[in-house]
Design a protein around this ligand. Structure first.
Ligand code: C5P
Ligand code: MG
Length: 259
């Protein structure tokens, strides 16, 4: 029998080798020691299964995980504006995938130029890049509730999130908020917002709307089928829309896991 301390050293080494930081795993080990036999580590260590899937599942569900809301909607549907209001009213951390990507451009990081050219074309940035930025932001935050705004934008985004982040927080979001807005209203808002963005022009908006329909709507359907989607009509003023959002989050506050 290998003593626990040697196990943890070995696991630390293996975690590094497979791209997990050991602190993630310490966090998990602290709360659910059996997790060290999670599939990835077991595989990396080439171990036979020491525990049944059920035991590992029990350990996973005993972890106190953050409450995750994905916030979706077309360009100009009001995701960012409403998220800012939710964040200040309910103390939820707001992570905008688009903002994280734009920060990469302005910080002139290695991927900055690539991200800039993709955003300018209204296309989707490789999922690995976006998911790693979100992962980093979740890990460095002390919050226990997150709004992830503008993500997942595609099935590929969704699957990458499951693969990379699920180890920390579980596979599924708790809620998917969908701001449903007519196209002509979205175009009007984007052209009128004047934030100096390279993608807020009529040519790019047309492309973004097509990408939304082709790649993002299937993600919304996927979560709809799982009963996770809460659709909010995004017509009307910011205050009118927020009234509906406020009702939803007030009711969540009473529910388990959010208060
Ligand atoms: O959400 P937002 O409108 O700020 O996104 C701006 C652009 O950032 C998108 O049109 C897309 O090019 C890129 N993006 C992405 N993947 C995401 C979110 C945004 O590629 N998950
Ligand atoms: Mg936004």
């Amino acid at each position: 029998m290998i003593p626990w301390r040697s196990w943890s050293w070995l696991i630390g080494k293996q975690c590094q080798a497979i791209g997990f930081s050991f602190s993630d795993n310490l966090l998990i080990l602290e709360q659910a020691p059996l997790l060290f036999v999670s599939k990835q580590i077991q595989h990396a260590l080439n171990l036979p299964a020491l525990f049944t899937t059920e035991t590992v599942k029990d350990a996973v569900t005993s972890i106190r995980r953050p409450f995750i809301t994905f916030v979706l909607g077309g360009p100009g549907s009001g995701k960012g504006t409403q998220c800012a209001r939710i964040a200040s009213a309910f103390g939820v951390a707001h992570l905008s995938a688009g903002d994280l990507l734009r920060e990469e451009i302005s910080s002139k990081s290695t991927n900055g130029e690539l991200i800039r050219s993709i955003i300018k074309e209204g296309k989707i940035v490789p999922s690995e890049i976006t998911v790693n930025l979100i992962h980093k932001a979740i890990k460095s935050s002390t919050a226990d509730k997150f709004l992830i705004d503008g993500f997942p934008r595609s099935e590929e985004n969704r699957i990458a999130f499951e693969r990379i982040v699920s180890f920390l927080i579980g596979v599924e979001p708790d809620l998917v908020l969908f701001f449903d807005c007519p196209e002509e209203e979205m175009v009007k808002r984007v052209l009128g917002r004047n934030q100096g963005r390279i993608d807020d022009n009529i040519e790019t908006i047309k492309k973004r709307l097509k990408v939304f329909e082709k790649l993002n709507l299937p993600v919304i359907s996927y979560y709809s089928a799982k009963g996770k989607v809460h659709k909010i009509s995004a017509k009307g003023s910011v205050d009118e829309i927020f009234e509906k959002v406020h009702q939803l989050f007030s009711s969540l506050k009473e529910a388990n896991g959010f208060a």
